[in-house]
Design a protein around this ligand. Structure first.
Ligand code: PMP
Length: 315
């Protein structure tokens, strides 16, 4: 079993996090997709992986101590994950979020003890304001879009976990939406370095409407759609030169349909799981029977109650 990293002596205790399940899912007689249930992480998303890893490395290097302040610019899951991990480690956390972020997200960050500052303007502006605040005050900045520890968390924890869970110990294709690109790149690198002949597929929501300003989910589409937002906002993804990487566009309506189907099958997931699953099915069909295709269900349905995916379900 792969055990996630712990803290050095003197740091506050964070309980060990068990591996999230990897389950084979087939809908309507379609191909089997191996789905990593990342919504079962403690704060409800895969971003627990990177928040804990970034903070633990910060602590080990001496840049963080009890009472330090951590700052991150994030439209959602990463701020939520940092808020929880910081409260467990005795750190103060300040989240900079766009004006457009839903109130569900603000509530969850605050419930975990984080502070919230809303910034008007594009996500690039939010990133700039957060970085300036951290710099002026001498605070620790998470920098998920550029921090190599983001990719490393998936390369050394999520990837090996999957390899220990999948029959035969190898993966033929890994499929994921790209926010920072840390998930897709980290998983691909873990599988490749263990000797698998693996391909990576970035799932891109074609219209982007369904994902709006959720940059952490789908920054490729977001950045090309919104004037003023820099193309290739993520250094992790834009700096990744890889001949085994392809991009795959999926219609928003398919993402919606699949997400709702997944709910009814017992997976309480957010809309990007529908995107990831639909893309994984198309890849599996292309690769043929018996191919081991892995994807991720990144986060939980509860943070999307005011989102389009719940239209028609509200009282
Ligand atoms: N959160 C959500 C909601 C997502 O949809 C995704 C991508 N599928 C991620 C996080 C992971 O994105 P990345 O590692 O590329 O930042």
């Amino acid at each position: 079993m792969v055990v996630r990293g712990g803290l050095p002596e003197g740091a506050r205790y964070i309980h060990q996090v068990p591996a999230t399940p990897l389950v084979p899912v087939s809908l309507d007689g379609g191909p089997v997709i191996w789905c990593k249930l990342e919504f079962m992480n403690p704060s409800g998303s895969t971003k627990d992986r990177i928040a804990r890893h970034i903070l633990e490395k910060g602590w080990r290097s001496g840049r963080l101590q009890e009472g330090s302040t951590v700052v991150e610019a994030s439209s959602g899951s990463t701020s939520i994950a940092f808020a929880l991990a910081c409260s467990q480690m005795g750190l103060r956390f300040v989240a900079f979020i766009p004006e457009s972020a839903t109130s569900e997200r603000e509530c969850i960050i605050k419930a975990y003890g984080g502070e919230v500052r809303r910034v008007s303007g594009t996500m690039v502006e939010v990133l700039k304001v957060a970085a300036a605040f951290a710099e002026e005050e001498g605070h620790f900045l998470g920098r998920q879009f550029a921090n190599e520890d983001n990719t490393e968390a998936h390369r050394i924890f999520t990837g090996p976990e999957i390899l220990s869970q999948i029959p035969g110990g190898c993966v033929d294709a890994v499929v994921s939406g790209v926010g920072t690109g840390g998930t897709l790149r980290g998983l691909f690198e873990a599988f490749q370095s263990s000797g698998c002949k693996v391909r990576a597929y970035a799932a891109i929501p074609r219209e982007g409407v369904l994902f709006g300003s959720n940059l952490e989910c789908c920054s490729l589409r977001f950045s090309s759609d919104v004037p003023g937002v820099a193309e290739d906002i993520s250094e992790i993804y834009s700096g990744w030169k890889c001949s085994e990487l392809s991009e795959l566009e999926i219609e928003d309506t398919s993402c919606l349909k699949l997400t709702r189907k997944l709910w009814a099958k017992g997976f309480p997931v957010g809309p990007s799981s529908g995107l990831n699953f639909e893309a994984a099915v198309r890849v599996a069909r292309e690769l043929g029977e018996g191919s081991r295709v892995v994807t991720v269900f990144p986060d939980r349905m509860e943070r999307y109650f005011s989102h389009k995916v719940f239209d028609g379900y509200r009282a």
